[in-house]
Design a protein around this ligand. Structure first.
Ligand SMILES: [Zn+2]
Length: 257
């Protein structure tokens, strides 16, 4: 595990100085998930991806930087409620507050991504619970982490839809945004909407891994699968579908007969 260090940061909102966690991101080993969630060695540094001012509750990528409208956002009832919400873990709350800061600043794409990160925290807590139960002193309590993850994904879908309407792209290649949206929809059992989103992505003539992921999402949605899957699983699945070139040739001949 990479070593986390502390850095002093002066809050751009209230002016208080606090120690914030910092880590040099390790190299990735293994495949990311279909929603780009990185493998464990990178993912477990997620507590350093958001900073929170202990004095005023400002949550941002870098609290020394002021986001537009941040002062009014952090004083709003909705923000204060989110910061202390019992429905989510403390860290998930920090990401959801960061999302609110981005949303009110008009950055819907960044806001949506902050919700996706919050969902990953809930996913890992749910897996931890599944593996070890409610470990005493872990503060896991009886919170339904699966339900919390679904709420984060629902919020991410809404925000990313707005991002698209506002012309704020969040995918680098044609079909990438649709692949991400399809995964978010499938993970919360919206299989019909996920299939429609896949088709929108395929209509953009995606290439390479994006094309593979879209077809895999279509298959998973048809199966009613809500589980997490990796990009390498998608690539393996595609290879199994097509088979070696000579096998494909035979199949075509037999189909013709
Ligand atoms: Zn502050």
């Amino acid at each position: 595990m990479p070593k986390t260090t502390q850095r002093k940061k002066k809050c751009a909102i209230c002016g208080e100085t606090s120690s914030q966690p910092y880590v040099r991101l390790p190299q990735r080993h293994g495949s990311p998930d279909l929603d780009t969630r990185p493998p464990a060695d990178v993912r477990f540094t997620i507590d350093t991806w958001v900073q929170t001012c202990p004095s005023c509750g400002y949550c941002f990528l870098d609290i020394a930087k002021r986001a537009p409208e941040a002062e009014s956002t952090i004083r709003s009832e909705a923000y204060l409620k989110q910061l202390e919400s019992q429905e989510f873990s403390k860290l998930a709350n920090h990401f959801l507050c960061w999302s609110a800061i981005e949303e009110n600043a008009g950055n819907f794409s960044g806001s949506g991504w902050a919700c996706i990160h919050a969902a990953w925290i809930c996913d890992d807590a749910a897996d931890f619970k599944k593996l070890y139960g409610n470990v005493s002193g872990s503060k896991m309590g009886d919170r339904d982490e699966g339900a919390a993850a679904s709420l984060c994904r629902l919020k991410a879908i809404r925000l990313l839809k707005t991002a698209r309407e506002e012309g704020q792209g969040f995918g680098a290649q044609p079909g990438a945004e649709e692949a991400l949206m399809a995964d978010l929809l499938r993970r919360i059992s919206r299989f019909g909407s996920a299939a429609t989103m896949v088709q929108c992505g395929l209509d953009l003539n995606p290439t390479g891994v994006i094309d593979t992921v879209l077809h895999y999402e279509k298959e998973l949605a048809a199966r009613g699968d809500t589980d997490v899957h990796t990009i390498s699983e998608a690539i393996k699945w595609k290879a199994e579908q097509t088979g070696p070139p000579e096998e494909r040739g035979k199949q075509t001949t037999s189909e013709a007969e």
